[in-house]
Ligand binder design. Sequence first.
Ligand code: G3I
Length: 421
Amino acid sequence: MNLVTNHHLGTVILFKCEKQQLKRLSARKGKIALLTTEPPDKHDRLLAGAFLFERRRREVKKCLLVGMVLTLFISLAGVTGCVEARPPAEEAAPAEEETVCIDTSLRSLAQVHNMQVGAAVQAGLLATNPRYAETLRCEFSMLVPENAMKFEHVHPGRDRYDFSTADAIVDFAEANGMQVRGHTLVWHSQLPDWLTEGNWTRDELIKILQEHIMTVVGHYQGRIVAWDVVNEAVDDGGSLRDTFWLQGIGEDYIKLAFCWAHEADPEALLFYNDYGGEGLEPKSDTIYELIQSLLDEGVPIHGVGLQMHLSLDSYPKAQDVATNLNRLSVLGLEAHITEMDVRIQQPVTEEKLNEQAYVYRDILQVCLSAQNCKAFVLWGVTDRYSWIPLFFPGYQAALIFDENCDPKPAYYALTDVLAGH
Ligand code: G3I
């Protein structure tokens, strides 16, 4: 039997328990301060202090116990931290072994709400980094290939498909009872050169896209709960984005894509997915109108993905996200938070990490309260492998697990919301 807990596994040494609990408590303390509109008086402070002290005592005790068991286990298993283990082949996490995770993980807490908590994953890390794999297995109930299902990866030649990397992710998910979101069938980015450098007629492009969608969705038929069929078709000003697909096929490419995906897997939920249209702004209005007109035409579309790539510098008002979710629900649509992260400008401070925790908490709270919001997916697991530093120089620490796969205040904010605290 393989005994693992979520974040603790691998680097838990007993003294670390104390440190982690203190971090957790300082996040809570911050919350108490923020919830109070008036400056706390002496009585408030005493009450909060007594409450925190009692929790701290219980938690440290629990943590020490878990730590002792884990330390024993770790010394037998030789598990490492968030850094890739070497050599990969020998240390790959065995998916078949029975796994016991702590019952306060995101995954088990979310189950009570009938909600999926997910993360975007990189197949290479699943195979080479046991702690990464264990964190996924214990904490998440839904996976999304971060890049492996994109056009350039699965369809590298005109008549050549390569599903090996994406298959590894789907296999891992199934072996661990997790759902898979498919990402993504039609996007303007990560297209292969053979496609973008070709000189295609409209009919040829229609044929290529149809074949692509039928083949990829067909390959995974019955195994993908929801597909991001069309990704980011609206630009930041609220017009249809001027893309390779719009130029080559015209705006019909959107409805055609949904129809082909539905034909290939009638059971899969089909989503339109975008960023920057989460609250109430011109872009979310355009997305709403686009989807409404597709539905009026009878196009099979079942949901909208709110990517939720946020920054501490700017994030939507929770109330606006709630209103947006509600109007989608009135259209009969499901919604998923599909790619959440909250980037922080350097230097990363404890204060900023606590503020980040509130942003995560608010969005999860909104999703939990909306009757159509069924999945809450993060765009990555650990800050170590996040796309943020590469794409937003000067920003980092956008996820809920730090560089060592240890939980951050944002993690505890999410578990607190799910536990109803
Ligand atoms: O695999 C190569 C590697 O061989 C090379 O050494 C390295 C050098 O930079 O690049 C690697 O490829 C990178 C790939 O990510 C894997 O890390 C690409 O350059 C890089 O462009 C690619 O970025 C991805 C990005 O989409 C592309 O636009 C990010 O990982 C991925 O997180 C990001 O995901 C998108 C969603 O699909 C849609 N929504 C927005 C989101 C964030 O941009």
